[in-house]
Design a protein around this ligand. Structure first.
Ligand SMILES: [Zn+2]
Ligand SMILES: [Zn+2]
Length: 284
């Protein structure tokens, strides 16, 4: 059991998803928090944006996840909800490497609590390309782990051509492709990133769930509210040669969202000085 389980034990928790994310989220939460998970009937998160572009996501991922929770809570009259939101694209630090950035948010109206966790992973098949012939399509499909991972085919037509999502069968893939090609418009193949069609993404969501439970387990030393965690990272680790402040992290600040208790942890990375290589004075 999670050390903060007493806050949640015996309560119902709604998982705001229509893409079967409960498969990985529910067992972990039920075991560690003692909640009973359920999904809302006919929940449509697509109104908040889709990956395949029919509905553009206008808010940032955190706001979208929060809105999903609120929508599910209103629909089910439940005061405890969880939602996840994924973003795909180049990794923010490792250029050109695709990444899956998953945000998981727990909203608890009973305790006025919001806890957010994240998992940034390079484990993703995220990819898309124009395909002009069957061989190119086969190569793309193999590279993105088809058919265990689904593919979307799109006709690239001004004003919007046809689109087929969730393809997980070779015959259907080839038939749909040949059919789209007949129109003479270019055909674009991309990975279907919806969780139920993408086991690799489902694994990343599972990791994010572990991160969330770890964060819940961290309680404020003063008021015991769960979710006590790092809210700021301060630069200024001194250079080992000249002693000037560098841009490397010197301290972490932890803040309680409930009572505003604060703690500063000096040298969180067990490092008291920085290599002159990262010093703007020694190595400009
Ligand atoms: Zn506190
Ligand atoms: Zn220096």
């Amino acid at each position: 059991m999670n050390p903060a389980a007493s806050w949640f034990k015996g309560r119902k928790l709604v998982i705001a998803t229509k893409h079967h994310k409960e498969q990985v989220i529910a067992p972990l939460l039920e075991k560690q928090l003692g909640v009973t998970c359920f999904i809302p009937e006919a929940f449509d998160s697509d109104v908040l944006g889709t990956f395949s572009g029919e509905v553009e996501r206008t808010d940032d991922p955190l706001t979208t996840a929060r809105n999903k929770c609120i929508l599910a809570m209103e629909q089910t009259q439940c005061d405890l909800a969880i939602a996840s939101e994924g973003s795909f694209g180049p990794h923010p630090a490792l250029y050109f490497i695709p990444s899956d950035d998953e945000i998981l948010l727990l909203l608890d109206r009973k305790h006025q609590l919001e806890i957010v966790a994240r998992e940034l992973s390079t484990e993703t098949n995220f990819h898309g390309t124009e395909v002009t012939n069957v061989d190119a399509l086969r190569n793309f499909a193999t590279a993105v782990k088809f058919p265990s991972h689904a593919i979307i085919l799109k006709q690239m037509k001004a004003g919007g051509g046809s689109m087929k999502k969730g393809i997980t069968d070779w015959n259907l893939l080839l038939e749909t492709f040949q059919h789209m090609l007949l129109s003479g418009d270019p055909v674009f193949a991309e990975t279907d990133m919806r969780a139920l069609y993408n086991p690799t993404r489902m694994n990343v969501i599972e990791k994010a769930t572990h991160n969330l439970l770890e964060k819940i387990a961290s309680v404020c030393p003063q008021c015991q509210t769960p979710g006590y965690s790092v809210t700021d990272r301060c630069a200024g680790l001194p250079c080992s040669l000249c002693g000037s402040s560098t841009r490397s992290v010197k301290s972490h600040i932890l803040t309680c969202s409930n009572c505003s208790y604060r703690q500063t942890i000096e040298y969180p990375n067990q490092k008291h000085t920085e290599d002159p290589m990262y010093c703007d004075v020694c190595n400009p």
